[in-house]
Design a protein around this ligand. Structure first.
Ligand code: GDP
Ligand code: IMO
Ligand code: MG
Length: 431
């Protein structure tokens, strides 16, 4: 009886949504534990595409319990829109299939205003955030002034916290950021209507998970973003504001580490990144353009083009270590069809020194050159392949080389966006 965590091993958009949807048939409960609607998780089922930002990616399967844990920052408007869109297409019809932690923090209009204004003022030095208010919402959580769902449920607590926040935020917005101020009554009324809509879904999700796990239910923890965007282990300061790594599943869902039995790291067979920050294997020429075109590399949340480059074994090995990854799901192998040579980065070189472990220094990350090992490419399309032995020999060798460099078993190879376009080598729920 296993519970598993699905974690992004790169800079996000690795295909977590697809893999979570795929393994949901073996799970009973799917839990988001961090991030917010900066996430965009794409699921393609029977040719139909659904993008989820807050609702866990198990929602397309009937009768699976979806949980939004305490570590998630929730924009209630976006959540309600997403629930309504799912209901309109016949999913999540039973309200008992979605639960929200009473300790989850709310994204408020001032968080979005601050996020957008700061990015504008940063100019060229901007982080390239999604502008969804994620960073400012987590700042308030850590500053102990955030508003949680439990606070929203209590009218007097909500009023007091909102009033205090609006006072402070309006001074900051006006004097420092030169932005418009926000109106207490307007926000109060809007959020009061969200309260009535969401009230039946709000509960103690840590306790719920505890009881379900002890009753023998199988849980899948769905990460958002990726290891290199983790606030501790990523390319700081070009990161998001939460722990995207496995430890975040414990704090963000309120479960002990003994309840996570396998950690599946999701990695593309190459690398992408949205937003600013270092990216050592980035390709600026025609090869980068081909990856973008063939991989349709445009953000599922903001539509921004993703920066593209070669697979980086140094950074994914770092992800294996900081997450305790027990198996890798390698996605988008099909996108590499047609390249004569497919390089893999095995080290970084900077100032006469060779780095084979991921450096923390922004200077090194900015200026280092990749050490590339060239693998032979293949020309056959892979999207119809369902068995590893049916992959072209060069594609098999490419996957095996990555497995060796990561010293971690590859349990799944994905060859297209569809649920069925998958070569499953080992099901973590079976052990
Ligand atoms: P997530 O944020 O990790 O869930 O990933 P996104 O949904 O943001 O981005 C992954 C994109 O790649 C989506 O458009 C998926 O439909 C698509 N995708 C996932 N796996 C594969 C694959 O193996 N091959 C191809 N061509 N597309 C894939
Ligand atoms: P999923 O779950 C890719 C990036 C933003 C920016 C940085 C900080 O779909 O993989 P934020 O709005 O979080 O403060 O932005 O993080 N980012 C993502 N990149 N996939 C995501 O989520 C991301 N969520 C945030 O582009 O560089
Ligand atoms: Mg995404």
């Amino acid at each position: 009886m296993s519970n598993i965590a699905i974690i992004g091993a790169q800079w996000g958009d690795e295909g977590k949504g697809k893999v979570v949807d795929l393994f949901t048939c073996d799970a009973d409960i799917i839990v988001r534990f961090q991030g917010g609607n900066n996430a965009g998780h794409t699921l393609v089922v029977d040719g139909k595409k659904t993008v989820l930002h807050l609702v866990p990616s198990g929602a397309l399967h009937p009768n699976k319990l979806c949980v939004i844990g305490n570590g998630v920052v929730v924009d209630p408007q976006i959540l309600i829109e997403e629930i309504d869109a799912l209901k309109a297409q016949g999913q999540l019809l039973d309200d008992s299939l979605l639960r929200i932690s009473e300790e989850g923090h709310l994204i408020m209009p001032y968080h979005k205003a601050i996020d957008l204004a700061r990015e504008r003022l940063r100019g060229k030095g901007k982080i390239g955030t999604t502008g969804r208010g994620i960073g400012p919402a987590y700042e308030d959580k850590v500053a102990r002034v955030g508003i949680r769902f439990i606070d929203l449920l209590e009218e007097d607590t909500f009023q007091e916290k909102l009033r205090h926040n609006i006072e402070e935020k309006n001074i900051y917005l006006k004097a420092i950021l030169k932005e418009k101020t926000l109106d207490f009554d307007e926000i109060h009324d809007t959020y009061s209507s969200y309260r009535e809509r969401l009230r039946p879904l709000i509960t103690n999700t840590s306790l719920l998970l505890h009881r379900e796990i002890h009753a023998g239910k199988r849980v899948m923890f769905e990460g958002a973003q990726g290891t290199l965007l983790d606030v501790d282990h990523g390319t700081y300061p070009y990161v998001t504001s939460s722990n995207t790594t496995t430890g975040g599943a414990c704090t963000g869902a309120g479960v002990g580490p003994q309840h996570i039995h396998h950690v599946i790291g999701i990695s593309k067979a190459y690398t992408t990144r949205v937003g600013s920050g270092p990216f050592i294997t980035e390709q600026f020429g025609p090869e980068g353009e081909t990856l973008k075109r063939e991989g349709v590399e445009f953000g599922a949340t903001t539509g921004r083009p993703r920066r593209c480059g070669w697979f980086d074994a140094v950074s994914v090995r770092h992800a294996v270590r900081v997450n305790g990854i027990t198996g890798i799901a390698l996605t988008k192998l099909d996108v590499l069809t047609g390249f004569k040579k497919v390089p893999i980065c095995t080290g970084y070189r900077f100032d006469g020194r060779l780095y084979d472990e991921f450096p923390a220094s922004s200077k090194v990350l900015d200026k280092a050159e990749p050490v590339l090992e060239e693998m032979a490419g293949w020309s056959e399309p892979l999207t119809a392949v369902r068995k590893f032995s049916e992959l072209p020999a060069a594609a098999q060798k490419y996957v095996q080389r990555i497995e060796k460099l990561l010293d971690t078993e590859i349990i799944l190879v994905s060859v297209g966006p569809g649920r069925e376009q998958t070569i499953l080598l080992k099901n973590p729920f079976d052990s």
